[in-house]
Design a protein around this ligand. Sequence first.
Ligand code: SF4
Length: 207
Amino acid sequence: MKHLLVNVVCKSNDEKEKALLELQNVCSQCRACDLCKTRSCTVFSDGNASAPIMLIGEAPGPDEDAAGKPFVGRAGQLLNTFLAEAGIDRKNDVYICNTVKCHTPQNRIPTNEEKRACQAYLYGQISIIRPKIILLCGTTALQSFIDQDLKITDIRGKWLNIYDDIEVMAISHPSYLLRQHSTEPNTPRWFMKKDLEKVKAKLDELM
Ligand code: SF4
């Protein structure tokens, strides 16, 4: 499935930051779905507007809802470790956001209606940043882009044909990996390490 991106042309980092800030300001006032009633704040993004990699997660957790930044809790710390081990610099190489920008009650999975309500912000972010690589982190992000029935275990680690000019791969969500401790071959943590090594190799090839 191809997803149409808005034709935004931001050449410099300053232009990208300005366009993202404008979109973030609109998002911060958003009341397009009921998640606006239970959030502390919208959680728009973290990272470099000119990053070559865009990582898309599910929804802000309680730590993120309090901090206003994605992936700052235990799952975020585990993600940082995996990225660093693969030689990927979270601060410079990765722009991080979520499929939906507001915390869901009891951390439940966002509904299709909530994902649809929020998708203009996500596609806006992709359109402005135009990353070289998109990582769909977890099943919610994956199913927002591809078939609703696909699971991460079916497809993680493969390059997906979604955009002509952006490489896309699905990877496991670090929240899931917090419950998986083994690093033996063919375990979820081992696959995450291998997948991010593949991402780093692709990044080196593209840069
Ligand atoms: S989840 Fe997205 S669409 Fe829903 S209120 Fe928050 S910003 Fe708006």
